[in-house]
Design a binder for this molecule. Structure first.
Ligand SMILES: Cc1cc2nc3c(=O)[nH]c(=O)nc-3n(C[C@H](O)[C@H](O)[C@H](O)COP(=O)(O)OP(=O)(O)OC[C@H]3O[C@@H](n4cnc5c(N)ncnc54)[C@H](O)[C@@H]3O)c2cc1C
Length: 207
């Protein structure tokens, strides 16, 4: 590598760091045409970060992430680019449902939920996951004005503001927090579910 090389140090060999390294090495040079030298630093003795798959006793066990949302095309495109396209397995349609454990009972997620937004009235009214008060509060979403400032907020703040605390606790936290295995009070709404931010901007009443 020439002395003119543009050095990049990547901290962490999870999927983000590995993808960054792959993209940089594939490009081979930076925006000014200088050749790129990549150093990836990983503190553990293996790469992959959260992504971990073990095979034992004839079983394949995923230690963390096991799927991605195909509505966002980048992960599938990357897998195909890496020659893994024919190893991707789609979900089984009849098993494609979400169950929530609440006070010792398992409840199917109400049909027609777009993340936390009910798009079908009847399944939402019928669900026993939410109390009548919780459902009524969620209905306020139809009349609440949109957020007046453009700044970011947490997932919890967004769901509580639009649909109330019960929807946050029983739908928002398990579903939205579960996707990222994180704390809904800390996860950024813009970084995780920009589509809901846009939905509010485009459909909620103006204040
Ligand atoms: C249980 C679980 C299930 C999940 N399920 C899904 C799923 O089904 N689908 C999905 O899309 N996402 C899922 N996620 C989220 C997904 O795993 C993460 O978004 C993704 O793996 C993050 O990748 P990353 O490279 O940014 O971070 P990480 O995977 O956390 O990698 C960070 C790497 O940096 C290293 N590192 C940290 N500090 C240093 C340091 N100072 N110096 C050097 N190296 C360092 C770490 O050792 C690690 O290897 C899940 C997460 C969890 C925890």
């Amino acid at each position: 590598m020439s002395e003119n090389a543009f050095s990049v140090v990547i901290g962490g060999g999870g999927v983000s760091g590995l993808t960054a390294a792959y993209r940089l090495l594939k490009a081979g040079k930076n925006a000014n045409g200088r050749p790129v030298k990549v150093t990836l630093i990983e503190t553990r003795n293996r790469l992959g970060g959260n992504v971990r798959t073990e095979r034992t006793g004839g079983f394949v066990i995923d230690g963390g992430p096991d799927a991605w949302v195909t509505a966002k095309p980048h992960a599938s495109a990357l897998a195909k680019e890496l020659g893994l396209g024919d190893r991707l397995i789609g979900t089984t349609p009849e098993n494609r449902r979400v169950l929530v454990l609440d006070r010792g009972r398992v409840h199917p997620f109400p049909e027609g939920m777009l993340l936390t937004v009910p798009t079908q009235v009847w399944p939402f009214l019928k669900t026993r996951l939410l109390s009548p008060v919780g459902k009524a509060r969620a209905g306020f979403d139809l009349i609440l004005p949109r957020k007046s400032t453009p700044d970011d907020e947490s997932i919890a703040s967004f769901v509580r503001r639009r649909f109330g605390s019960e929807v946050l606790q029983k739908i928002g936290a398990p579903l939205l927090g579960g996707v990222f295995a994180g704390d809904v009070e800390k996860l950024s709404m813009r970084a995780t579910f920009p589509q809901l931010v846009e939905l509010e901007k485009n459909t909620a009443a103006s204040s």
